[in-house]
Design a protein around this ligand. Structure first.
Ligand code: SF4
Length: 328
């Protein structure tokens, strides 16, 4: 059986798999965002891709079919889906997706980065990483992300300097950082083609409870500004599902964002072990993920947005989410 939207939704909903690490190819451990610190790989089948975290306790198990080298995913003792493992460049298969600062002054409860207190890579290190990915071939885009080491302004400045140096690769460059009043203008002038500023949740109560960073309205203002500067289909935002919000809240706010020209990415919540006990979260079921993806498709179509046009970051990767125009 090849992967389809239903199977992908089930795989995302479970999110993890038991697999012998010796089967896996080249791996990078994500250093930013909710998946930071975990070992994961990309599974491809039927034109779909999914990223699964390696976890011995998962109800899913993957084995190799020695006859043809395919990876077979087993669920409840039966074959569920088969496909291949896709190697990463940096963090995802066709992009160099790099993290500048692996630490953060904010303390959003769903994110392990502030707890990991990781490295702040120098420009030389970051440039060397991209060069390494470029040499592997297949680099269709470059994406930059970062926690906030000192201030959002400083991260934007660092990202802009880096974008200027990365233009020589002639591939689209996307930047996902905490926004500032001037970030879209600065990043556009530097040569970035797409930006992602995350709202995380638009349920105001949940935002107050879990997002320990500047107010949501500020991010919304910055997103509006970003659409003016980068144009439709080039501005994205992550929207977490599973923090306790209703589907109605998601739909209502998804439409507010789409009306602004922003493409929201609905991301199934994951609780990192470093955050156990700090948030009440429930990973969405496959049915909920599919329902939300269909709703997204309908709203994006209504406002003339196309999630398959994105060139950088999560929408073209599709590893963690159902892309409404690629997976449905
Ligand atoms: S969808 Fe985004 S977060 Fe997930 S693997 Fe791809 S680039 Fe990384």
């Amino acid at each position: 059986m090849k992967m389809n939207a239903q199977i992908k939704a089930e795989l995302i909903s479970i999110g993890a798999i038991d697999i012998d690490p010796s089967i896996l190819g080249r791996l990078t451990i994500p250093t930013a965002g909710p998946g930071a610190g975990g070992k994961a790989f990309f599974f491809k089948s039927g034109g779909h891709r999914v990223r699964l975290v390696v976890d011995e306790g998962s109800p899913l198990r993957a084995v190799k079919d020695n006859d043809n080298g395919e990876i077979v995913i087993i669920k409840g003792g039966k074959e569920f889906v088969r496909g291949t493992i896709e190697e990463e460049l940096i963090h995802c298969p066709e992009q160099a997706y790099i993290t500048m600062s692996e630490r953060c002054i904010y303390d959003c409860k769903f994110c392990p980065v502030p707890k990991l207190n990781g490295k702040v890579k120098s420009s030389e290190e970051l440039l060397a990483l991209v060069e390494e990915a470029f040499k592997l071939g297949r680099m269709k885009g470059i994406s930059l992300t970062s926690g906030v080491e000192v201030s959002p302004e400083k991260e934007v400045e660092r990202a802009a300097e880096l974008v200027k140096k990365l233009k020589k690769y002639n591939v689209p460059i996307g930047v996902s950082v905490y926004p500032t009043k001037a970030s879209s203008r600065i990043l556009k002038e530097a040569g970035a083609s797409e930006v992602k500023y995350n709202v995380e949740t638009m349920d105001r109560e949940l935002y107050e409870k879990y997002c320990k960073k500047p107010p949501l309205d500020f991010t919304l203002e910055c997103l509006k500004d970003a659409v003016k500067i980068f144009g439709k289909n080039n501005v994205f935002t992550n929207f977490i599902a599973g923090l306790g919000e209703t589907d109605e809240t998601i739909e209502e706010n998804y439409e507010i964002l789409a009306k602004m020209g922003v493409i929201p990415i609905i991301r199934a919540v994951g609780v990192h072990p470093l955050r156990f006990g700090e948030l009440e979260a429930e990973r969405p079921t496959a049915e909920r993920l599919l329902k939300l993806a269909k709703m997204s498709r309908r709203i994006l179509d209504k406002y003339g947005l196309d999630a398959s046009k994105a060139k950088t970051m999560c929408l073209p990767c599709t590893g963690c989410d159902l892309n409404p125009h690629v997976d449905l």
